[in-house]
Design a protein around this ligand. Structure first.
Ligand SMILES: Nc1ncnc2c1ncn2[C@@H]1O[C@H](COP(=O)(O)OP(=O)(O)OP(=O)(O)O)[C@@H](O)[C@H]1O
Ligand SMILES: [Mg+2]
Length: 269
């Protein structure tokens, strides 16, 4: 793996494949010693803002690392976290680095939506989302590009959740809360145009919503917008709820516990 001294050539070194190069984020693939490959996700930090920010908020890479570790502990299929670090290096300046294991042979779900037939059943994805919510995690960016699909030689497609940049861990399961509803709205909004409404309704039932909750969520979708100011407000609300929930919760090591299973009620969003 790339030692920090060589980060100047991030993404462009031997054996490395660049996935994304934007001002704020650089993502590349590189080989691991065990034959697998690592996804290296580097955030560049803004110098004036971030030294202040680090006193109030944890590092973004650290937060993603902790949420992914929490999901692994709860058996939720995701991008397996390997390490995180931060530092200062030319030409990037201040950076944070998150290293996860590549899901071999996987494709982001958004690339599979257009050609009909590539992925026909999203029921396992909705059940995976329920497991994530039962573990107390809200994703905050449930878009098809943040879900990977792999195709095992035998069996049905497998789903993996990635990109926890806007996620929060709550001390209890969140199914039935506004935060879980935000994730479901984000997901169904983006996949809804690719599948018949009845199938989306059936998948929401597989998640665990009862009939009235499904209908309520589908009605809410008609005026839902996943981007813009409303998305910022929803994230701010989620962050606030998570902070309050953490203050209220009795301190329990590692495991946040989980609400009992069963169909969650619809939340008023
Ligand atoms: N564990 C993984 N295995 C395979 N590919 C991955 C993995 N993690 C990320 N990728 C690839 O990198 C892309 C971007 O990853 P990620 O969503 O974490 O970054 P991002 O900066 O949020 O990108 P975007 O803004 O496009 O969502 C994914 O769409 C996927 O193609
Ligand atoms: Mg993403």
């Amino acid at each position: 793996m790339t030692p920090p001294d060589e980060l100047g050539a991030a993404g462009a070194g031997p054996g490395q494949n660049l996935i994304k190069a934007e001002f704020g984020t650089l993502i590349w693939l590189e080989p691991l010693e065990d034959g697998g490959r690592a996804i290296m996700k580097m955030y560049r930090r803004r110098p004036f803002y971030d030294p202040l920010r680090r006193w109030f908020l944890p590092y973004r890479a650290e937060r993603e690392f902790k949420v992914l570790s929490h999901l692994v502990r709860h058996g939720v299929a995701c991008s397996e976290p390997l390490s995180w670090s931060h530092g200062r290096r030319d030409p990037h300046g201040l950076y944070e680095l998150l290293v996860t294991r590549e899901v071999a042979g996987a494709t982001a779900l958004d690339k599979l939506l257009k050609p009909p037939g590539a992925v026909t059943d999203l029921s396992p994805l909705l059940r995976l989302t329920r497991r994530m919510h039962d573990s107390g995690v809200s994703h905050g960016g449930m878009a098809p590009r943040n879900i990977l699909v792999s195709f095992p030689a035998a069996g049905t497609p497998a789903f993996h959740i990635i990109d926890m940049s806007y996620s929060q861990i709550f001390p209890r399961g969140i199914a039935g809360t506004r935060m879980a509803t935000f994730d479901l709205l984000d997901l169904i909004y983006r996949i809804g145009s690719h599948y018949p409404a009845e199938r989306c309704a059936a998948w929401l039932a597989d998640y665990g919503l009862d009939e009235s909750a499904v209908q309520k969520l589908l009605r809410r979708l008609e005026r839902y917008r996943p981007r813009g100011h409303w998305a910022h407000l929803r994230r701010a609300e989620t962050d606030l709820h998570a902070a309050i929930a953490r203050l209220r919760a009795p301190r329990s090591p590692r495991d946040g516990g989980s609400r009992s299973a069963g169909p969650p009620a619809a939340s008023d969003t």
